[in-house]
Design a protein around this ligand. Structure first.
Ligand SMILES: Cc1ncc(COP(=O)(O)O)c(C=O)c1O
Length: 425
């Protein structure tokens, strides 16, 4: 399928930025994407024309109620759930802490929670913090040779004392996609809840919370074209209704509102809805081309309306990014002294590619790449335990993350620059 990258690029004003007569190449999407004009417009429109707190009886407060309800509907299509299963907050880390300290109300001393070594700290720290309450944390190891979850060890850890299993859908550090449905199957067999971190996955894969069979799923909308300040949590209704959430006595007791503490970031929530509309627009733009490709068209079977458009947008973008990621991995592997970290060929992965260059620290490599207008991230990206297990905490990883607005030309620029850095040392 031919992806119309120019149609996408022209919607992002940030891509006009230049450094020394060359356009800047944003390869930092796992840290957050750029924002399309339609999202900027939606945020400005909210702040200029509708800005108010909620649940009042004058026009702007009523408009705010409607806009937040619209955004909730839109995010429900993004996640494939009902509107009352969509919780808004500020970011994944904060929401997961709140979730952990809500779920703990129904845990007992000696109950176990399984976390993994492949996860970002945002889906480890909140659970680890429950150790103070007598909860036992079990950590499923990562297989460092393949940068994948060690499934045999994971299966051994899940037992009748397990009450919660927390794992990510995709690793923000090395791109590995993990079979969360398989984890959910194992967890549910013993009556445990499943909490999925989809922060990195959300830019790269179709989220289907029903298909994944998870109980909670979290993501942060700035990773998929929205401004900062809006975290999104799916809470399965039948489970959410039972949870004694951390909340004020003045707060609504119904789900999803029972999980939403204090005044939210209305403009960021409006922006998150507009960001999903942007993805849907990308889907509509590519619909005919997708339908002409039997493999891709199959992913739209049985879908209609906004959900179909969102899925089409995600499928089209991934069809564009995967070959670019492949090219990047193959070319980097050819460069002497460059080591690429990530799952083996053929294993599901995102187009996020991490590597080291000779003896250079990631910080130094990214500084020099930045001077060439190539914006890549360095370090452990808060996937601290994984990078520690890889033995790379001292020097860190260099991470190139692709988004739908990246081009083959930008990938070639990265390859050429890394080649130069490998020679310069
Ligand atoms: C996989 C993953 N999980 C969780 C987070 C935490 O997200 P936030 O900083 O929005 O809380 C990130 C952020 O980079 C991430 O990549």
């Amino acid at each position: 399928m031919k992806f119309d990258v120019q149609y996408v690029r022209q919607q992002f004003p940030a891509l006009e930025r230049m450094l020394d007569d060359k356009p800047v190449a944003y390869l930092d999407s796992p840290g957050g994407t750029q924002v399309p004009q339609s999202v900027v417009d939606a945020v400005v429109d909210y702040l200029v024309d509708h800005n108010a707190n909620i649940h009042g009886f004058f026009d702007t407060t009523i408009e705010t109620d409607h806009l937040l309800a619209d955004a909730r509907d839109t995010l429900a299509h993004f996640l494939n759930c009902d509107w009352d299963e969509v919780v808004f907050g500020f970011n994944t880390t904060t929401m997961n802490f709140l979730l952990a300290h809500s779920l703990v109300h129904d845990l007992h001393e000696g109950d176990e929670i399984v976390i993994t070594q492949i996860d970002h700290e945002a889906n480890r720290g909140p659970w680890i913090s429950l150790q103070d309450r007598g909860i036992v944390i079990r950590e499923a190891p990562v297989d460092t040779a393949t940068c994948t979850l060690d499934w045999a060890a994971f299966e051994d850890l899940v037992n009748e004392r397990t009450r919660i299993v927390a794992l990510n859908w995709a690793s923000n550090a090395v791109g590995t996609i993990t079979d969360v449905r398989r984890a959910a199957g194992l967890a549910h067999e013993v009556g445990a809840l499943v909490v999925v971190d989809a922060v990195h996955y959300a830019l790269h894969g179709v989220i289907d919370v029903r298909g994944a069979d998870c109980d909670f799923l979290l993501c942060s909308a700035y990773k998929f074209f929205a401004p900062h300040g809006c975290g999104v949590m799916y809470a399965r209704r039948s489970v959410a209704e039972m949870v004694r959430s951390l909340r004020l006595c003045t707060q609504l007791r119904e789900t999803p509102f029972k999980f939403e503490t204090g005044t939210l970031d209305h403009e960021a929530i409006v922006g998150a809805g507009a960001a999903v509309e942007f993805i849907a627009g990308m889907g509509r733009h590519h619909l005919r081309r997708l339908k002409a490709d039997a493999g891709l068209a199959a992913q739209l079977d049985g879908l209609d309306g906004r959900r179909r458009d969102v899925v089409a947008g995600m499928v089209a973008a991934e069809a564009h990014e995967q070959p670019l990621g492949r090219r990047l991995i193959d070319a980097l592997r050819e460069i002497p002294d460059v080591t690429v970290y990530g799952p083996p060929d053929g294993h599901p992965r995102t187009s996020t590619v991490s590597f080291t260059i000779g003896d250079l620290t990631a910080e130094e490599a990214c500084r020099r790449l930045g001077q060439r207008g190539l914006y890549l991230w360095d370090g452990h990206f808060y996937a601290y335990r994984l990078v520690e297990r890889l033995g790379l905490l001292d020097r860190g990883l260099v991470r190139a993350g692709l988004a739908p607005y990246n081009t083959a030309g930008e990938v070639e620029r990265v390859i050429d620059a890394v080649r130069e850095l490998a020679v310069e040392g």
